[in-house]
Design a protein around this ligand. Structure first.
Ligand SMILES: [Zn+2]
Length: 137
C-alpha cells in the first residue's frame, strides 16, 4: 500500500501500529504540523531551530461536522470531518473512518489509521489518513 500524501504521514508497518504524522519541533519546544521551515509560529526562529518530528496520530476530538452535500463529484457524502488535538499538541483535520449520524462527544479519544481510498495506475492500494474513536477496552 502507498500513502496518498506521503509528505504528511507514514503508513504504519504493523497492523497494531498507528500512522506517524510528519510534524516538526522548534528549539523553543513548540510542536507543529505539517513540517515546514518558514519559521516557528510561536517564537519566529528559522533554520536549524526547526527539526522534523514524528507525531503519533493520537489525540482528542475538538470538533466535528457531518457533510451531507459537497460540490466536488469525487467526494461522496455523507462523511464526517473531524478536528483532533494530537497528544503532541497540534490540531489536525481529517475525516472520520466511517460516516456516522450520531455526533461523537467533544473530548472523545481518537486514533489515526490508514484507509484504502483507491488504486494507483500500477494496481497498488492508495491509502489516506483517517481517524476513528478509540474503542473502550
Ligand atoms: Zn519556536
Amino acid at each position: 500500500m502507498r500513502a496518498l500524501k506521503p509528505d504528511l504521514y507514514s503508513v504504519p508497518q504493523g497492523p497494531t501500529s498507528i500512522p506517524q504524522l510528519h510534524g516538526g519541533r522548534c528549539r523553543c519546544g513548540y510542536v507543529f504540523f505539517p513540517m515546514q521551515s518558514y519559521g516557528c509560529e510561536k517564537c519566529g526562529a528559522t533554520g536549524d531551530a526547526l527539526t522534523p518530528s514524528a507525531l503519533d496520530a493520537r489525540g482528542a476530538l475538538v470538533a466535528s461536522a457531518r457533510v451531507l452535500l459537497h460540490a466536488a463529484k469525487d467526494r461522496t457524502p455523507p462523511f464526517v470531518v473531524v478536528s483532533v488535538k494530537l497528544d503532541d499538541g497540534p490540531v489536525v483535520r481529517s475525516l472520520l473512518e466511517q460516516d456516522r449520524a450520531e455526533r461523537l462527544p467533544i473530548g472523545t479519544r481518537m486514533q489515526g489509521l490508514v484507509a484504502e481510498v483507491g488504486r494507483a495506475d500500477d494496481g497498488e492500494a492508495l491509502v489516506d489518513l483517517r481517524f476513528a474513536p478509540v474503542q473502550p477496552a
